[in-house]
Design a protein around this ligand. Structure first.
Ligand code: CAA
Length: 258
């Protein structure tokens, strides 16, 4: 692949968007490779993903403005559909995805970070949805996910005003979980991913599904989503061993994903 690097470190997969010429902006080719990478993740051997951008300046500087500049209405809609499909695959990937935001996260860059389960960022990161300054709306889910992740008035201020925010503000409003010096960001993201990967994989996946599906439901229905997933964990080898180990006052010797 030209624009996406994939590495495996133990149970953790690391996806790096690598298009330095355009600050890792997402054109059709990058989206295609990203989708193929996500589709190709081995869910038997991978328990968490870290998603980052190559270089020290940019995570993703948005969708590719040069490519978008001549699109018709129908082509614009199709481009949005394509990005949304890929980002929804990230959001609904059975295993957790951590965004390590190493710089600019603008437009499609902010949107891809918001499709991840957890965002960590460098103190140099910049977040925003500057699309209205280009004559368009956010197109890869920004109006929907930002308004769900931060107070809706803040999302509206950022989107209507094309106001970018720095790392400390992103932390203050809960858009990111933590801020690190750039050189500590990737190690921190990998460490968190490895911590997640140490837990019972079937249970972690069930938690992701329960949280994501439950958030779309009313509470009476949402707790049923959890009940079913809670039940599904019983009689797995990992549940039997996890509880046995606790009762025998010893540590589990590696969950098996069974
Ligand atoms: N699309 C295409 N090319 C881009 C790009 C983008 N989103 N962002 C940066 N680039 C390119 C620049 O055109 C430039 O290319 P050349 O060297 O060939 O001229 C190269 O990357 C380096 O960029 P700059 O020289 O501009 O770097 P800078 O440090 O001066 O500025 C920046 C950095 C503030 C991020 C600036 O590049 C910028 O404002 N980029 C655009 C950000 C943006 O508006 N993103 C939203 C896009 S719309 C979108 O994403 C819609 C959607 O929701 C689907």
């Amino acid at each position: 692949m030209e624009f996406i690097n994939y590495e495996q470190e133990g149970f953790v997969g690391i996806i790096t968007i690598n298009r330095p010429k355009a600050l890792n902006a997402l054109n059709s080719e990058v989206l295609k490779e990203l989708e193929a990478t996500i589709d190709g993740i081995n869910l038997e051997t991978t328990r968490a993903i870290v998603l980052t951008g190559a270089g020290s300046k940019s995570f993703v500087a948005g969708a590719d403005i040069a490519e978008m500049s001549t699109l018709t209405k129908a082509e614009g809609e199709a481009f949005g559909e394509r990005g949304n499909r890929v980002f929804r695959k990230i959001e609904t990937l059975p295993i957790p995805v951590i965004a390590a935001v190493n710089g600019f996260a603008l437009g499609g860059g902010c949107e891809i970070a918001m499709s991840c389960d957890i965002r960590l960022c460098a103190d140099t990161a910049l977040f925003g949805q500057p699309e209205v300054g280009l004559g368009i709306t956010p197109g890869f889910g920004g109006t929907q996910r930002l308004a769900r992740l931060v107070p809706v008035g803040k999302a509206k201020e950022m989107i209507y005003g094309a106001i970018n925010i720095k790392a400390d503000e992103a932390y203050r409003i809960g858009l990111v979980n933590a801020v690190y010096p750039l050189e500590e960001l990737l190690p921190a993201a990998k460490k968190l991913a490895a911590k997640i990967a140490k837990n019972a994989p079937i249970a972690v996946r069930a938690c992701k599904e329960a949280i994501n599906k439950g958030l779309d439901e009313k509470m009476d229905d949402a707790i049923v989503v959890e009940e079913k997933l809670f039940g599904s964990c019983f009689q797995t080898e990992d549940q039997v061993e996890g509880m046995k180990a606790f009762l025998e006052k010893r540590k589990v010797d590696g969950f098996k994903n069974r």
